[in-house]
Design a protein around this ligand. Structure first.
Ligand code: SF4
Length: 352
């Protein structure tokens, strides 16, 4: 898909064409201009020539029962990026129904995880993307394209479902591509395009403090997560070489400023890696850091990519209990699709 020439194509068209095209692309999710029946034929023909809508992708299903799918998208220059659709199915209590019948109604929630770079320069020791090195930043359009791809897929399935959440947690460090990341986030949030609520957009950073400060000054009130993964700089340095530049004390200062300015809570993500960062000692050390208002911990079962192994279920539960007993709210994230190489960068690595 490449709509970079759209402005030039629409130069002599009436203003309302933009609204028609936004609706066709980002609400009806057409994958061919032939389907944009509100547009004149001659304009459609020009758009077919100059603004191709095809998204080249291969989809991999998981058989884990968690209903996540991963796509490997090939960009115009041949580079490949990963994006994931996570389909969560739960029970939603409809207040009216509950009163009348006591029934629960199943709810569907679709979350898309997007990449913000081709590869990643941060080279975290546990990450396949980092190991493969950095190629280039993605444009805002290439980031949005990943969401559009999944929205089209849901539409093709004929279900009355949409993309509810978008998380910037795929390949790359979004704050090292801040301009395009925030442009994409604002585009996704725009009521005239995809109209995804700011509170349904989340960004995760390894702790780039300049990005945390910039996000605090944005009018877009999206969610912030910090990839922490260790309760001290020494252990963190073993896992994430970026720590050399961004120490925990600097990250916490930036996060505290962010909370003061926005009043929003911040999620600290903690990968559970067997025998490395998952002991009682680390849990207690983490407790000492996290006892602040609006701090939350999300423990993430690790998808093994090489030298590290995932923590056992029981260990994760004990770790969580230590946090909770000490007054730190902590959740455990469902692990999606270890079978398809769902850890970021695994699938691209295999293909390459
Ligand atoms: S974990 Fe994230 S920040 Fe670290 S190398 Fe992988 S993609 Fe980059």
């Amino acid at each position: 898909m490449n709509i970079s020439k759209l402005t030039a194509v629409l130069e002599n068209e009436p203003k309302f064409r933009y609204a028609q095209i936004n609706k066709a692309l980002f609400q009806d999710y057409i994958s061919s201009w032939d389907k944009a029946s509100s547009l004149p034929k001659v304009l459609r023909e020009r758009l077919i020539e100059e603004c191709p809508l095809e998204i080249k992708a291969e989809v991999f299903k998981t058989d884990s029962g968690h209903r996540s799918e991963k796509a490997l998208i090939t960009l115009e220059d041949g580079e490949m990026i990963e994006t994931v659709l996570i389909r969560q199915r739960g029970k939603k209590v409809e207040p009216g129904l509950k009163k009348a019948t006591g029934e629960n109604v199943a709810s569907a929630r679709n979350t898309v995880c997007v990449s913000s770079q081709v590869g990643c320069p941060l080279n975290c020791a546990f990450c396949a993307t980092g190991a493969a090195g950095f190629k280039r930043n993605l444009s805002a359009e290439e980031i949005v394209e990943q969401v559009v791809f999944w929205a089209r897929r849901l539409k093709e399935e004929g279900k009355d479902e949409k993309i509810d959440n978008v998380v910037f947690m795929g390949m790359g460090e979004p704050f090292l591509n801040y301009k395009e990341f925030i442009k994409a986030a604002k585009f996704l949030n725009n009521p005239e395009t995809l109209n995804i609520g700011a509170r349904r957009l989340s960004v995760s950073t390894a702790g780039i403090t300049e990005g945390i400060k910039r996000l605090a000054g944005e009018s877009l009130q999206m969610n912030l997560a910090i990839s922490l993964h260790a309760p001290n700089d020494n252990l963190r340095y073993e896992l994430m070489p970026i720590v050399k530049k961004y120490l925990l004390k600097d990250i916490f200062r930036a996060v505290d400023d962010y909370i003061r300015k926005t009043g929003r809570r911040v999620m600290f993500e903690y990968l559970m890696i067997k025998g490395i960062n998952d002991g009682d000692r680390e849990a207690l050390e983490l407790t000492g850091l996290m006892k602040k208002p609006l701090y939350m911990v999300n423990l993430i079962p690790y998808n093994a990519t090489g030298k590290f192994r995932p923590s056992d279920r029981e260990r994760i539960e004990s770790f969580r209990e230590i946090l909770e007993e000490n007054g730190v709210p902590a959740t455990v994230r469902l692990s999606f699709g270890a079978e398809i190489g769902a850890a970021c960068g695994q699938l691209r690595g295999k293909k390459k």
